[in-house]
Design a protein around this ligand. Structure first.
Ligand code: NAP
Length: 489
């Protein structure tokens, strides 16, 4: 079973613009020409001179499209498209244009249904009824609000996938149905810029996810968290998979809650996952086994599937320590950790295994004391007193995008020798800039970010990612993010 096809959806305000955009589509198998988006729908104009097979769609407003003319007008546009040799026309099931299906014995018809409310309980019955019309392809697009809303589509794909179906989960939780089209039993997927329904751009599908090489057998990995829109992990891991030629793909899994991911991940057969905020603790209780490091920290950042069992691990601690050890002789050093949240837990546990003298500083003194107790550390005020530390580690989000002008410790109090900021967005925070100006050696969060990802990758695959691949991918992703937000890195 090879990869699924890629269909690029093209919309434009005029037919001339539609043609221009149609001809800009390269490296796709099909184009969907959305006649409903143009103000002057002209079937001949849209189809003539095309270089790729086309699906002609004229979606009415009542099915989420923009066509406001009559049903008779729509029917004639679609009929004309068939007469003029369109490879497919998209006909809404609810439109009841049975004569169009009958005319062509269904061969060139994509019979579609869109549910903008959710996943209908009678999805299978609807699919069977649609199939019984004789349409060549049936397309069912439903709205997902949780990852596990994709599972009825996965089941449906197993039942009907071989016979020409496109099954789509709309919304960000449905991404897997688009990227893993073959696994979900779809013969093609749609790419485009309709973000509101969760569409992915052709560039992302082909570049980031290597869509054209994915099959039903491709190993699936991902990052589970919420929100994940700005995560650099898909960029890092997919770049690493590509660089070592593994048949694997890595997706964002924006779970509604921990159980949502467990249900989804088990059913899909996810081989491994990075775990991030807010699931590091909740998922540590749901794996079959947590390794010694994860147990000591009380949180996981990685899941690995081995023969159906989920093993939890934590690569944050080692990835934090490595850049520090490379620069700082830790024995006897006074290390002040700012914050008492998820990352501080891993960092305090990591430092607990060294000869450093650790203190925890949080705005909630009780939390600082509680965390300090777990590793024989002391607790202190936030910010720590000047002269009380040699190494300062920022484990709070203070200074992170978009609040890049904030800092957890004022410049005058930067009296120690080393400042390590876990924040990687921006790569150089105000804290690090002021620390460097005060004569401290500085370490940014990017090294740890890349280090924890590289260690996850090696644990899952047994292969070390080639040097620089993940770092470059992360930097590119962060630069894209900054460009998008109109900020300069
Ligand atoms: P978290 O679990 O939410 O913990 C954040 C901690 O910071 C909590 O103790 C919180 O205190 C404190 N805090 C939040 N806002 C504060 C403020 N305005 N002033 C003082 N304290 C404040 O988050 P996390 O997972 O530990 O992440 C913290 C930072 O580290 C984030 O910027 C994250 O991106 C970064 N990080 C980087 C890496 C890497 O690989 N480089 C890895 C993990 C995390 P309360 O409990 O009182 O709210």
């Amino acid at each position: 079973m090879g990869p699924a096809l890629l269909c690029v959806t093209v919309t434009a305000p005029t037919t001339a613009e539609l043609r221009r955009k149609r001809d800009e589509v390269v490296d796709a198998d099909l184009v969907e020409l959305r006649l409903d988006s143009v103000g002057d729908p002209d079937v001949a104009g849209a189809l003539s001179g095309r270089r790729l097979p086309a699906i002609v769609t004229c979606r009415p407003a009542w099915e989420g499209g923009q066509f406001r003319g009559s049903e008779d007008e729509r029917r004639s546009l679609l009929r004309e498209a068939l007469t003029r040799g369109a490879e497919y026309v998209d006909v809404e099931w609810k439109a009841n244009f049975t004569e169009i299906i009958a005319e062509d014995r269904g061969r060139r018809v994509v019979l579609s249904m869109h549910d903008f409310d959710g996943v209908p309980a009678d999805l299978v019955e609807q699919a069977r009824a649609m199939r019984s019309t004789g349409a060549g392809i049936i397309k069912l697009a439903v709205t997902t609000r949780r990852l596990s809303d994709c599972l009825p589509l996965l089941d449906l794909g197993v039942q009907i996938g071989r016979d020409g179906a496109v099954l789509i989960g709309m919304g960000e939780c449905g991404l897997a149905t688009r990227v893993l089209a073959k696994r979900f039993g779809s013969c093609w997927t749609y790419a485009g810029t309709e973000r509101q329904v969760g569409q992915v751009t052709p560039g992302e599908l082909r570049g980031l996810y290597r869509f054209s090489s994915l099959t039903a057998k491709t190993d699936v990995y991902g990052v589970v968290g919420s929100p994940l829109t700005h995560s650099a992990s898909p960029a890092m891991h997919n770049a690493a998979f590509a660089s070592v030629g593994l048949d694997a793909v890595y997706l964002p899994f924006p779970a509604a809650d921990a159980d949502d991911f467990v249900t989804f991940g088990r059913a899909l057969g996810v081989r491994g996952a990075s775990v991030t905020i807010p699931f590091k603790v909740a998922l540590s209780d749901r794996v079959d086994e947590a390794d010694a490091v994860a147990r000591r920290i009380g949180a996981i950042n990685t899941i690995r599937e081995i023969e159906g069992r989920w093993i939890g691990g934590n690569t944050d601690a080692a990835a934090f320590l490595r850049p520090l050890r490379n620069r700082v002789p830790l024995a006897g050093m006074r290390v002040a950790v700012l914050g008492a949240g998820g990352s501080a837990r891993a960092i305090v546990a990591a430092l607990g295994g060294t000869d450093a003298r650790v203190s925890v500083h949080a705005r909630d003194r009780a939390r600082a004391e509680e965390l300090a107790m777990t590793a024989g550390a002391s607790a202190g005020p936030l910010p720590p007193e000047a002269g009380s530390w040699d190494v300062l580690v920022n484990c709070t989000p203070v200074g992170m995008f978009p609040n890049i002008d904030a800092t957890p410790v004022e410049a005058v109090a930067l009296t120690g020798r080393y400042v390590y900021d876990l924040i990687y967005n921006p790569t150089t925070t105000r804290l690090l800039r002021e620390a460097a100006a005060a004569g401290c050696q500085t370490i940014g969060g990017l090294e740890m970010l890349v280090g924890q990802a590289a260690e996850q990758f090696e644990w899952w695959t047994g292969v070390k990612p080639p040097a620089g691949v993940m770092r470059e991918a992360a930097l590119k992703r962060l630069a894209e993010f900054m460009r998008h937000e109109n900020h300069v890195v």
